[in-house]
Design a protein. Structure first.
Length: 154
């Protein structure tokens, strides 16, 4: 790490502390050239897999798009912001932990539906009806039955 003051190439770490729930490391550094001290924060950089769409096109993973879909499903539901953040992080971690360089969008949809079904049945039904492109009443009834029976798998 170079010094931001004198641009000396080599600085030394004086102290390291874990912050932000273990997701970041704060390091206190010292420059041997100008004796100035400064702090740096290190974070983990995760590379998310590419998404294979239903039409076989590939695109980059878009966290914002995923979050918009989830937020739309849970709109006006009694779910706290912290629980929403936890849900989103659980989904991201599940996607990342698959370890694949490419993942089908269907798999992501199933992960989201699984997590939403555990969180809120109305949010699950909202998301599933859009994600599965429900077109008739019978299909909608099936989704409601799945929401009622938590042991059934999609």
């Amino acid at each position: 790490m170079y010094c931001p003051f004198c641009h000396h190439i080599d600085t030394r770490v004086i102290d390291s502390r874990i912050t932000h729930n273990g997701k970041k490391i704060r390091r206190r550094r010292d420059c041997p050239s100008c004796q100035m001290r400064f702090n740096t924060i290190e974070t983990i950089e995760m590379t998310m897999p590419r998404i294979i769409k239903r039409n076989q096109n590939r695109c980059s993973f878009d966290e914002a798009k995923l979050k918009r879909g989830i937020l739309k499903a849970i709109e006006k539901r009694p779910i706290s912001s912290s629980r929403i953040d936890q849900l989103f992080q659980t989904i991201i971690q599940a996607i990342y932990s698959m370890g694949d360089k490419e993942i089908e969008s269907e798999q992501i949809g199933k992960i989201v539906m699984h997590e939403l079904r555990q969180l809120d049945s109305v949010a699950f039904i909202r998301f599933a009806s859009v994600y599965l492109s429900i077109q008739d009443v019978d299909a909608f009834k099936n989704i409601i039955e799945i929401a009622k029976n938590t042991s059934e798998v999609l």
